[in-house]
Ligand binder design. Structure first.
Ligand code: UN1
Length: 504
């Protein structure tokens, strides 16, 4: 039961295909439960199958020619209406999000806000969507490049930002004129359902957005394997991302991947240690450590390990675990038992690799017994190549890695297979600029934690965090558009490029 007594009746979720809310042909369903209270059944949703995906893809294909023909500024107006509906319902959405996924309500509002931000930004892209107009090398000839949609976009999203990430993907896809088949994570089908209901209300025509809930193995793979879905966008684990890229590669599909992270905060001896400790706690334990951008490594100059640890430990021990809907909760639950088992496994590994400073166990007692809670955990004295310092845990586990100086810190930051976000705390402006240059990550923060990317800048990572694509910002349009170069010759005669107008 969530805050305030009786929980609402469970939702009966359906798929949206060609504008109709329908049941899966599989006849099967799955449950979504509140991770802060496993007795609270959020709803029962369709366990979709390849046959549902085939119908959804067909609907998206049918809707494509008309949607593509709508002028982009007019498509943008539908996005803007959608942003308005998200604003209108922000509190309802945020509460649903906390109930289904667990993050604390202030963060849930932030998640919805991020969806609003990207919808507004992409609405504006309807009036920009810039290409280049450039001079031709020949007289009486113009040359320009324009962006065009690709077709049906397959969008596969995670549970950790169940409103923001679907919006990061659908908004640029739609404003560019693509149609969508959307498969949300199995842990957050209700969030996806609400988002899509509001899309229908905003006026996206039937078939432009189709929702199919269900497993990655059935629904996700069917989208990836469909010959009629030329572009796939996926956020999730590096293991799954590689598998998707392999499958999609056989069909030469465009695939945009946002995958794992092992994000580091560097604290130099001259840093404001209170500010650094605040940034570390927020980045490591916000969203219970379940962000791609979460800080899981603190790389600290040996001279200040002692004072920093003292400040950190005090802050971490003060964190209050509980239902994210309650006002005094700092840290919500993990998403499910599988996640908790993985965290437990890494804590066991950590006991051999470092010194356990605090946490290390499932959090139990009272209402916590009904949810999936884990104590915020800190290991000190961890070596840069230790497993807990190298592998993505995706939970509230932080490793403290002492180093001799800035150069050793750079080596440690970059010695990982991932490259999403990084941060440095220092008061030395020259060193801050070196870090901006030296850290091998798609996002670098100076005197701030590793989380909190804004939607008008490119979001994504280097190395095994992705495959070179970016979400958000105008960079997002690269994923969902084809370039077309157009040459217009108004000379009235044959002009040969590279041949006419050349000396000799
Ligand atoms: C993610 O964890 O996948 O920068 C997204 C941040 C958020 C987005 C995180 N704006 O932490």
């Amino acid at each position: 039961m969530t805050e305030g007594g009786t929980a609402p009746a469970p939702v009966a979720g359906r798929n949206l295909i060609a504008g109709e809310w329908i049941e899966s042909v599989s006849g099967r369903a799955f449950e979504s439960r509140n991770p802060a209270d496993r007795d609270d059944l959020v709803g029962v949703f369709q366990a979709g199958s390849a046959a549902d995906v085939a119908m959804a893809v067909r609907a998206a294909e049918m809707a494509y020619p008309a949607w593509r023909a709508v002028p982009a500024p007019k498509r943008g107006e539908v996005l803007l209406r959608y942003a308005g509906l998200l604003r209108r319902d922000k509190e309802r959405l945020a509460r649903a999000l906390t109930r289904e996924m667990g993050k604390v309500i202030a963060e849930a509002r932030g998640d919805v806000q991020e969806a609003i931000d990207i919808a507004e930004l992409m609405a504006g892209e309807g009036r920009r969507m810039f290409g280049d107009t450039v001079p031709s090398e020949l007289p009486d000839k113009w040359a320009m490049s324009i962006r065009q949609p690709i077709g049906v976009a397959g969008i596969i999203t995670p549970w950790n930002f169940p409103m923001a990430i679907p919006a990061w993907k659908t908004m640029p896809a739609l404003v560019a004129g693509n149609t969508v088949v959307f498969k949300p994570a199995s842990d957050t089908p209700w969030c996806a359902t609400i988002l899509v209901e509001l899309m229908a209300e905003a006026g996206f025509p039937p078939g432009v957005v189709n929702l199919v809930t269900g497993s990655g193995a059935e629904v996700g793979d069917a989208i990836v394997d469909s010959p009629d879905v030329p572009v796939i966008s996926f956020t999730g684990s590096t293991t799954t991302g590689k598998r998707i890229a392999e499958r999609a590669g056989r069909r030469l599909k465009r695939v945009a991947l946002e995958l794992g992270g092992k994000n580091a905060i560097v604290v130099l001896a001259d840093a404001d240690l209170d500010l650094a400790a605040d940034g570390i706690v927020w980045s490591a334990f916000g969203t219970t450590g379940q962000r791609c951008t979460a800080c899981s490594r603190v790389i600290v100059e040996a001279a200040v390990v002692g004072p920093l640890m003292e400040k950190l430990e005090r802050r971490v021990r003060a964190l209050r675990l509980g239902d994210g809907l309650l006002a005094d909760t700092d840290v919500g639950p993990l998403i499910n038992e599988t996640a908790a088992a993985k965290v437990e496994e890494y804590v066991e590994i950590g006991r051999r690799e470092g010194e356990l400073v605090c946490g290390g166990s499932r959090a139990t007692g009272g209402a916590l017994d009904r949810g999936v809670f884990f104590e915020p955990t800190v290991f000190a004295g961890v070596a840069p190549m230790a497993r807990i310092a190298q592998e993505e845990i995706f939970g509230p586990v932080l490793s403290i890695i002492p180093v001799a100086d800035y150069d050793a810190a750079v080596t440690a930051v970059n010695h990982t297979r991932y490259g999403l976000s990084s941060s440095i705390f220092t008061r030395d402006v020259n060193v801050a600029f070196r870090a901006m240059r030296d850290f091998e990550t798609g996002i670098v923060y100076v005197n701030a934690g590793t989380i909190g990317a804004e939607t008008h800048l490119p979001f994504g990572g280097w190395k095994e965090t992705g495959n070179g694509h970016r979400e958000a910002g105008h960079a997002a349009l690269e994923t969902y558009t084809e370039w077309k170069s157009v040459y217009v010759d108004f000379s009235g005669r044959l002009q040969r490029a590279q041949i006419d107008n050349q000396p000799g």
